[in-house]
Write a protein of this length. Structure first.
Length: 233
């Protein structure tokens, strides 16, 4: 694979469209995802595999890693890219930590939109007891883990509490979940063990937007799903 460079950024692979992209979209401009780091990319790829098989490859080949929560780098890169390709578009995906100073830069950068997770971190959407249990070796006893999760996690319908939880701390080596599990809880492994029904509506919202970026989306399906999620909550 070749290496593309724009300014101080380097992209390991040339941006490639998925094989099943409609001919009308091929060559219509590059679509990029700006992510904080490799963990975010791994989680997102596993979610894509669960929801839309085949989309993960497109995510892998169209990702720019920012090296942390650095929205200014995404803006800088995309503005340089638009000088080469005025039709290029992208989404910058960041954890929610309040970005009022950055939003103006995105509003003034054509083709680039900002997506912040409604919950605090991307890892917040991994706090699914059944998926965490499946991510552990089968030899592990899970009764203690389930009790620990029941103590630290809010009720399923308490979205406000989930929005404020520090999922990174909960799943860290010093966090209560890892200590009770007695085994490393890798976010990527939890994501890989999730099933489509366990993907939160916020996750599906983003995946639909990514599909749209590649010309594969259908917003009508998203509207139906949101209505079902609201009825179940």
């Amino acid at each position: 694979m070749g290496t593309a460079s724009i300014g101080s950024f380097r992209l390991a692979n040339q941006v490639a469209f998925p094989v099943d992209l409609p001919p009308s979209q091929a060559g219509s401009g590059r679509f990029l995802l700006y992510l904080e780091g490799p963990r975010d990319r791994e989680i997102l790829k596993h979610w894509c595999r669960r929801a839309f098989p085949g989309l993960a490859r497109a995510v892998d080949s169209s990702t720019i890693l920012l090296g942390g929560r650095q929205p200014a780098r995404a803006v800088e890169h995309h503005r340089a890219l638009r000088e080469e390709d005025p039709s290029a578009c992208g989404i910058c995906i960041l954890d929610r930590d309040g970005l009022p100073e950055a939003r103006a830069d995105f509003e003034n950068t054509p083709g680039l939109t900002l997506f912040t997770w409604p919950r605090r971190h991307i890892e917040s959407y991994l706090l699914v007891p059944s998926a965490i249990r499946r991510s552990l070796p089968r030899s592990r006893e899970t009764a203690g883990l389930e009790r620990a999760l029941a103590e630290v996690l809010p009720d399923v319908g308490d979205e406000e509490a989930f929005r404020e939880m520090d999922a990174k701390r909960l799943l860290s080596e010093r966090g209560p979940v890892w200590q009770v599990a007695g085994h490393p809880l890798r976010p990527g492994r939890i994501a890989r063990n999730m099933v489509k029904a366990e993907l939160h509506a916020d996750v599906m919202e983003l995946l639909f937007r990514i599909r749209e970026g590649f010309g594969l989306g259908d917003r009508k399906i998203l509207v139906v799903q949101k209505r079902v999620s609201a009825a179940l909550s």
